[in-house]
Structures are given as C-alpha cells and as structure tokens.
Design a protein around this ligand. Sequence first.
Ligand code: ADP
Ligand code: MG
Length: 350
Amino acid sequence: MPRSRSTHRLSLDEFQFINHVRRRFGNTASSVARGIGDDAAVFTPRKGCQTVLTTDLLVEGVHFDLKTAPFEDIGYKSAAANLSDIAAMGASPDYALISLAVPSSLSRSDINRFYRGFMSACRRHGVQLIGGDTSASRRDLFVNITLVGSVATGHAITRQGARVGDLLYVTGTIGDSLAGLALLSGRTLNLPDSTRHYLIRRHLRPSPRLEVGLALSEHRLATSAIDVSDGLSGDLRHICLESEVGVEVDQSALPLSNQLRTYARVRAADAVDLALQGGEDYELLFTISPRNRQKLQEQAGRLIGRLSCIGIIRPQKFGLQLRDATGRMRRLPQLSYRHFQSSPSLQAFS
Ligand code: ADP
Ligand code: MG
C-alpha cells in the first residue's frame, strides 16, 4: 500500500506537537486528575480492582514496515497488540501512554495518521490517552506503548494455572495474519481479491478479544490464558512452562479460515503449519476445567463467532504433542517467530 508523504516535514517542535496531541487526542475522563501537560499523570484507580500494566516496544523494520503498512494501520495495530495483552489477563484497559522516536523523514500528517489509527482502537474500548514522551530519531521510527488496565482483585488470569485434564481453547481463527503479512511483503499469488483483502486485514487490523477475556475472568472460567502473538506453538509452550504441564493438541480441531486454506492450497503450503507458526493473530488461547464447558459456551461463546476446543492438558512428562487426523502423535513443532534468532547478543541469554 502506498504511503503518502507530505512535503511538510515534522520539525520536532516538541511543545507544539504535544499540545496538538493533547487537544486532539488527550483524555477527557473524570477519573483523570492530570493527563498530558504535567510531569506525570494522575488518576483514581477503580475500587476493588488491581492495576494491570503492559508495555510494548515496536521498531521499524522489525515489527512494522513503512513501505507496506499505512500509518493508520501501524497506529491501530500498536494499540491492538497491547490491548490484546490486557485481554489475555482478563482485564479492562483504561489508560494509554505513547512514546515516539520520530525520524525527520516523516511528515506531520504521517504522525497524525498514526495517532488517528491508534486512538480509533483505544476509543473503541474506552481507553484514554494520558501521556507519553517524544524524541527525534536518526533513522527509524520507534514506538513504545504502555497500557494501564484494571481487573477485579484476585481475578487476573495468568499463564500459570493450567491443570492436567483442563481443556484448551482458542478464539477465532489462527494463521491468517501470517498469510496477510506474506501477501503484504510482495508474495504474488493468484488469489481472489476478497481472500487477499481478508488476510491482509487480519494482519493489519486484528481484533483484541477484550470481551472474551473479561467474561473469562468475571466468571472465573479460565485456569490460564495467553494471547497468540508469537504463534500458537510458541505461545502454548509459555502456558506449559509456566503451569508445569504438557499438552495434546488435536490437529483436526485447529480453527482455520477458508481464506487461509485457499492461500495454503495456492502456495502449496501446509495450512496447519501456517496456523502453528503464525503470529500476530491476537486471538486468546486459554484453558478451562472440563466442568465449566457448558458455562463457557453460555458466557463467552455468545460473544464471539468461533470458539474452538483444540486440545487437553497432560502431565509435564507428556511434553507438547500434536495428534494428526489419523490419530498418530508427533511432537508439536516449534515454528513460532523469534526476534532473538536474528540478534546474537540477545541469543546469548537463551
Ligand atoms: P518531560 O520533559 O517531563 O518528559 P515532556 O515535555 O516530554 O515532559 O511531556 C509533557 C507532557 O506531554 C507530559 O504530560 C507527557 O506525558 C506528554 N507527552 C509527551 N510526548 C507525548 C506523546 N508522544 N504522546 C502523548 N503525550 C505525550
Ligand atoms: Mg518527555
């Protein structure tokens, strides 16, 4: 997708810029005593709640590509990725802080479009912008988002609570975002336009599953949860490690969209591999006790078109295994995206 570059370069007159952001996008909530414009923000926490904090650093060329993604979408997705972390804790998002390092090659309208996309995702979920930081950058755009959320005391869903015999669920469909990314990155395939648009949109405009996460925590349905950001196989590994359990995944139960199946067929790729590997779907992966199966359908099933039971938690020594359509078991392949693979200094810690 083309990127409009106005000839007005953003001269980082920080003061003017922050004032503009404050007027156009700043908070309006009565719970905020001080938002943008002071040394720090002040808000009144919700009664009976614990505060949930999450932050994400997004780097041009690593997390997004200005050549393929419009600024509105980069802004939207920066918010969505963080909102998804809040959803995975079963929490509600309340406030956002946003820090930018902006290269001089970007225009004022580029940044405005970024904020518009960011705020469209925030407003949909009642999130108020209460601060941030701004810097120039020599070359690349850096974006850091912090979200503040809340969850009823004791109700947060962690990665630690999965127990042997629990059922494993995932919302929506998985693998679409990876296919969308490949299409955006220039892979030319003979696909129907509607299929192409669907997959690209799933990559650029993911829907954080906040309502589902909240239903899970309110009714104490989930024993553990994580959002699918690095890919199903890797994210599932996090649950297993933190909960000290194994898992059996039923390959034929993996929710694949028809569009992903078409894409895989045309590419002569394995749709299941794409689904196991595909990151950035921002669906929720969670476990429940089998006795809550019915209640889950009543409380969360009505909130989302698709909720799939894809496996069962096993003892730790079972490891992570995939049962294929013929019933044969194999080790769950680890296909998830890992940033560190391209960064030797960070890899040294693994
Ligand atoms: P300080 O020098 O104390 O860091 P700044 O001048 O950076 O203060 O920030 C002034 C106010 O503007 C603060 O309320 C800060 O949170 C807010 N702010 C700065 N940059 C941004 C931004 N990119 N988006 C939103 N708010 C911002
Ligand atoms: Mg500052």
